[in-house]
Design a protein around this ligand. Structure first.
Ligand code: NAP
Length: 284
């Protein structure tokens, strides 16, 4: 069994990002990411703080908008409108979830697809499905980078995704399909899940249920990618995979923490660099 080290690979990506950011700055383009947080959700505050810190470490300017939970939808739309127009802003990220009185789809569709570094806009989702260049959601993008770094072949492999969210499952499936895997997407209504996962060369678990994928669901030699982040009552952070009982059956496996998690921010920074590079090209 080989452990896939997301900490190590994310540090490598961040090093590359920093070099590219400094290079862009020399040419007059300082990469800039705007992050909007609405409300006081503790987890969201932590995520936003980590994103700001990572930007700083990688020479990316970060603009933080911290708005109260009673912020009106109109106000949020007008902030996004201003950021869309601001030539010095390369990426716009709205931290989810938003308070209930705000229409999330409406907000995400307001972001200029050219600055949609989270890859959640329907235009970017459509581009991914069509195999065209566009911004791709950071978590599945991070998974692809991990597979690449460990020389894991995807072409012709049976890949099974558990979970069909727009943030992880669906884009993950499209990325693996574009990389020539034979992809099965499973979800809560799937029958005989175990029969399907038993046939998989690669399993991506993105469910949100601790220890959901158990050893009996996996074949000898499978590659298991655990996207889940679950906090147990005792405060421990665990994934969607029963890591301890399953690890020895796998050829490769990601741990939680230290697997997919650290890749998400690294790929967000990388997407911001891509956007800043596009800005430089437009200016030339
Ligand atoms: P989500 O939107 O809640 O989606 C969960 C998916 O799991 C749904 O498609 C659901 O099916 C499916 N599911 C639930 N119970 C199932 C069952 N018994 N059998 C098969 N499928 C089942 O969650 P998400 O946003 O994709 O996130 C998934 C996990 O990844 C969470 O733990 C989240 O914290 C974590 N995550 C991590 C990162 C990172 O940076 N590493 C980023 C994003 C998310 P239905 O569609 O039928 O309901």
């Amino acid at each position: 069994m080989m452990l896939i080290d997301g900490k190590l690979i994310s540090a490598k990506v961040k090093d590359e990002v920093k070099i590219k950011a400094l290079n862009l700055a020399k040419q007059g383009v300082v990469p800039c990411l705007a992050v909007i947080l609405v409300g006081e959700d503790k987890a969201s505050q932590t995520y936003v703080a980590s994103k700001e810190k990572a930007c700083k470490a990688c020479e990316i300017e970060s603009l933080a908008y911290k708005l109260s939970s009673d912020t009106k939808e109109e106000k949020l739309l007008s902030i996004i409108d201003e950021l869309n127009k601001d030539e010095n802003v390369d990426g716009i990220l709205v931290q989810l979830p938003l308070p209930k009185h705000i229409d999330t789809d409406k907000i995400l569709e307001k972001i200029d697809p050219k600055k949609d570094v989270d890859g959640f806009h329907a235009i970017n989702a459509g581009k991914l499905v069509s195999g065209l260049d566009g911004f791709v959601p950071c978590t599945p993008l991070g998974v692809m980078r991990l597979l690449k770094e460990y020389d894991i072949e995807t072409s012709g492999k049976n890949a099974v995704i558990i979970g069909r969210s727009n943030i992880v499952g669906k884009p993950m499936a499209n990325l693996l399909l574009n990389a020539n895997a034979t992809v099965t997407i499973t979800h809560s209504k799937t029958k005989n899940l175990k029969e399907i996962t038993k046939n998989a060369d690669i399993i991506v678990a993105a469910i949100g249920k601790p220890h959901f994928l158990t050893a009996d669901m996996v074949s000898e030699g499978a590659i298991v990618i655990d996207v889940g982040i679950n906090r147990l009552d005792n405060g421990k952070l665990v994934g969607d995979v029963d890591f301890e009982n399953l690890k020895d059956k796998c050829s490769y496996i990601t741990p939680v923490p230290g697997g997919v998690g650290p890749m998400t921010i690294a790929m967000l920074l990388n997407n911001t660099i891509i956007s800043a590079t596009n800005r430089l090209k437009r200016q030339k």
